[in-house]
Design a protein around this ligand. Structure first.
Ligand SMILES: [Zn+2]
Length: 240
């Protein structure tokens, strides 16, 4: 096969690979972004019990404070009892103490049920923490894989770009321009193989005479259907 054509085939491989790598360069960071977002949502959801537990803890502290205040009021009221002069006032203070004690006992009942609820939640929180840790580990492994893929992608891209530039230097300017022109109007593919008279670019049959010529001639031939540069390739022997 003509040396120029071999170089064009190599150039086509570079161009096609670069297109694929470019697509991956766009997709991988998007995947990374989605991975981060999904994990954040998962974390927020699974931390609901923990959040609820924190809220109950604050509520519990508030109730304890209320009990303390009421008890202080009761103590003060009992002190006042010792100083009252008439029975009416005495009865009023007793009533005040009774009401305070009732409300204190109500709050203590609420505290008991709060503590129960917190105990139950604690078990769930512990379970959630384990699940989160497992998920976090998976997430971090996945993220690391993506990071490695992204960084090796940059190296690969630079290598193929270099290879493409080196090849371009070796190819005749006129031929290169022709290839670029065909490639740009044909979905990025300028050179295609033909096997068993079928063009690999448009998947149409090429005329028998042209197929015959393609196998013998060293001339640059064009597919009459898709207008791409064609070369003969025996796919059975995998030879060019
Ligand atoms: Zn074709």
């Amino acid at each position: 096969m003509k040396e120029d054509l071999l170089l064009l085939i190599e150039l086509q491989e570079c161009d096609s690979t670069l297109v694929t790598l470019l697509a991956r360069k766009k997709i991988l960071p998007e995947k990374m972004e989605k991975l981060d977002k999904d994990f954040l949502v998962f974390k927020e959801n699974i931390e609901q019990n923990k959040k609820k537990h924190e809220e109950l803890k604050q509520k519990h502290a508030g109730k304890e404070k209320e009990v303390k205040n009421i008890n202080e009021n009761i103590a003060r009221a009992k002190q006042r009892l010792l100083e009252v002069k008439n029975n009416k006032e005495y009865q009023a203070i007793l009533k005040e103490i009774e009401l305070a004690e009732t409300s204190c006992s109500d709050i203590e009942t609420q505290i008991i049920s709060l503590l129960d609820e917190m105990d139950n939640l604690s078990l769930l929180v512990k379970k959630d923490e384990n699940t989160l840790n497992q998920e976090k580990q998976k997430y971090e492994e996945e993220r690391k894989k993506l990071e490695t893929a992204i960084s090796s992608l940059d190296t690969d891209f630079a290598d193929w770009e270099q290879k493409r530039n080196d090849l371009k230097e070796k190819i005749d300017g006129g031929l290169l321009a022709k290839y670029e022109k065909i490639k740009n109007r044909s979905n990025g593919i300028g050179v295609v193989s033909v096997w068993k008279a079928v063009c690999n670019g448009c998947h149409m049959n090429i005329p028998p005479q042209l197929y015959n010529e393609l196998q013998k001639s060293s001339e640059l031939l064009i597919c009459p259907n898709c207008n791409r540069i064609i070369y003969y390739r025996n796919k059975d022997s995998a030879a060019l």
